[in-house]
Structure formats: structure tokens, C-alpha cells
Design a protein around this ligand. Structure first.
Ligand SMILES: O=C(O)/C=C/C(=O)CC(=O)CC(=O)O
Ligand SMILES: [Ca+2]
Ligand SMILES: [Mg+2]
Length: 302
């Protein structure tokens, strides 16, 4: 199988409030969990397009540096905190000219459709490297996409209100109609040697705070041009319930509360684990599906 498009650039947002609160609490404590800018703009980092792969591609456990204790040098080795991130991604249709931002109310015309996306993340590499410029090697070793793009037209029957935004965003992010989509999402893990996979979490696209159109408008407000085939990840989609969190970092609270699954436990991913995302919208007598977004962890190469 091949990716359905050539990806020029890949940007990953951070648009679920539940995810932002949980990660911030884990990394910085409850007092400083959500940064002051979060409610004013859809935060993102620039990802790596070269390592975006199609569902079914193995993911090699990354090696890297981790935070040292005291004055010792940073430890180095295979990540011990390898995680999935349950995301969706918008694919840009028509782009915009350099210097000409996309109006938030016209942004939907620039989105071809959406896919399932796993932004694999090495939490130990990430935690040591990401201040002050954001994620780098902790996320650039692989990102998996589902095999086809579902157009926004096909999703229109499943449009729903997005969460109320408080404070009100600035005028360039204030849209006349603020839309989310009711897309059920599920993550399963199948460990090596097991017949069956086990459901790890269930979430929904509708939990996103910042909409796809706000992401697009913000991305271009400085004049940055998007091109056809560019990929815009939503960020991990966590819901409000403990069973709807979108990554193991949150589900196990950074490994402190291992998950009890069907005959096995997990703090983070182990070699041989196959992680599969599925998503669907249930219509009247029909279903819109996204295919699967799947990848197996293989051991680090020395
Ligand atoms: O709040 C923080 O300091 C860190 C947040 C994260 O690490 C979340 C994350 O991995 C970003 C992403 O969704 O890719
Ligand atoms: Ca991400
Ligand atoms: Mg990634």
C-alpha cells in the first residue's frame, strides 16, 4: 500500500483541551498545566514529512538521549517510553499564495479531507529535548496514516457543534459556523504472540477545542503558504473521561498507573505490540469508515 498523496509539509497541532491539561499536569504540575497562549491560538509544532508512513509499516523503536539525574551525563539507548497518539489529520486541497492568509470562513474550501493518524512519540526523548523549541527526535521517527482520505463532503452529515470557546478568539479566528464532526475513534493493542487485540481507549473527533478551519486560518495568518498534500495533524484527541484519553502517557499517567488489559499490562509500548486505530461515523443505514491506521513496534537497531 502507498500513501494517497505526496506530503510536502507536516504540521501537528495540540487542539484537545483535555490532552493539553493532562500532559501539562504530568510535565509541569497542575498549577502550570495549560500555558497562557493555549486558549488564544491553536498551538502546533512543525513535524517531519519524510517519516510519515502508510498503515502497516513497522515502526523501529527509536534510540536517543534522556534526562540525566544530577550531574551525570544523559543516559542514551532505546526509548523506554514509546507511546501512540490518537489523532486525525486534515489534508490540504487547494493551497494559498505566499503572503495571502486563508480566511477562517473560507478555510473548509482548502481542506480535501481527513485521515486517521498516529503521531508515535518517545516520551523520554521528548521530555529531555523539547524545551524551549518543541518536539524534535521524540516524534520524527515515524507517523502513521490510514490508507484513504475521507472528504469533508462525506463527513457533512456528521457535523456537530464544536465546544464553546472562552475567552472569545481574536477576530481572525472567529468563525461564523464553528464545526466539529462526530467521528468515533478506537485504539487497540495486539501484543506479540497474542491472537486478539484489546481495546485500549475510545474517543471522538468532536472533543477538539480548536476546529480544523481555525487551525488552517491560524497557520496562514502570518502569510505562510500551504500547498496541496500538506498534512495538518489535530493533536492527540482526548475526551473528558478516563477511558477516552488518547495516549498511554495520559492513560497510565506517565507509567505510574499501568493499564490492565486482557491478560497483560502496559505502561508504554513493548516490542512486538501492534497498535491499530479505527474510526467511523454511523449514518442512517450506512457507515463512513476510515480504514485502519496500524503499525507494529520492532526492536531498536544498534
Ligand atoms: O504540555 C507540555 O509540555 C507537553 C505536551 C505534550 O507533550 C503533548 C504532545 O506530545 C504534543 C503532541 O500532541 O504531539
Ligand atoms: Ca501529536
Ligand atoms: Mg510523529
Amino acid at each position: 500500500m502507498l500513501l494517497p498523496m505526496e506530503i510536502g509539509d507536516y504540521t501537528d497541532f495540540f487542539s484537545s483541551m483535555h490532552h493539553a491539561k493532562n500532559c501539562g499536569t504530568i510535565f509541569r504540575g497542575p498549577a502550570n498545566a495549560v500555558p497562557a497562549n493555549w486558549f488564544h491560538l491553536p498551538i502546533a509544532y512543525h513535524g517531519r514529512a519524510s517519516s510519515v508512513v502508510i498503515s502497516g509499516t513497522d515502526i523501529v523503536r527509536p534510540r536517543g538521549q534522556f534526562a540525566p539525574s544530577g550531574n551525570s551525563p544523559p543516559p542514551f539507548g532505546p526509548s523506554q517510553k514509546l507511546d501512540f497518539e490518537l489523532e486525525m489529520a486534515a489534508v490540504v486541497g487547494p493551497g494559498n499564495e505566499l503572503g495571502k492568509p486563508i480566511d477562517v470562513n473560507e478555510a473548509a474550501d482548502h481542506i480535501f479531507g481527513v485521515m486517521l493518524m498516529n503521531d508515535w512519540s518517545a516520551r523520554d526523548i521528548q521530555a529531555w529535548e523539547y524545551v524551549p523549541l518543541g518536539p524534535f527526535l521524540g516524534k520524527s521517527f515515524g507517523t502513521t496514516l490510514s490508507p484513504w482520505i475521507v472528504t469533508l463532503d462525506a463527513l457533512e452529515p456528521f457535523a456537530c457543534d464544536s465546544p464553546k470557546q472562552d475567552p472569545q478568539p481574536l477576530p481572525y479566528l472567529a468563525e461564523k459556523i464553528s464545526k466539529n464532526y462526530d467521528i468515533s475513534l478506537e485504539v487497540q493493542i495486539k501484543p506479540a504472540g497474542k491472537e486478539d487485540s484489546c481495546v485500549v481507549t475510545r474517543s471522538n473527533f468532536k472533543y477538539l477545542y480548536w476546529t480544523l478551519t481555525q487551525q488552517l486560518a491560524h497557520h496562514t495568518i502570518n502569510g505562510c503558504n500551504l500547498r496541496s498534500g500538506d498534512l495538518l495533524g489535530t493533536g492527540t484527541i482526548s475526551g473528558p473521561e478516563p477511558e477516552s484519553l488518547g495516549c498511554l502517557l495520559e492513560l497510565t499517567w506517565n507509567g505510574q498507573k499501568p493499564l490492565s488489559l486482557d491478560g497483560f499490562t502496559r505502561k508504554f509500548l513493548e516490542d512486538g505490540d501492534e497498535v491499530t486505530f479505527t474510526g467511523f461515523c454511523k449514518g442512517n443505514g450506512y457507515t463512513v469508515g476510515f480504514g485502519t491506521c496500524s503499525g507494529k513496534i520492532v526492536p531498536s537497531t544498534p
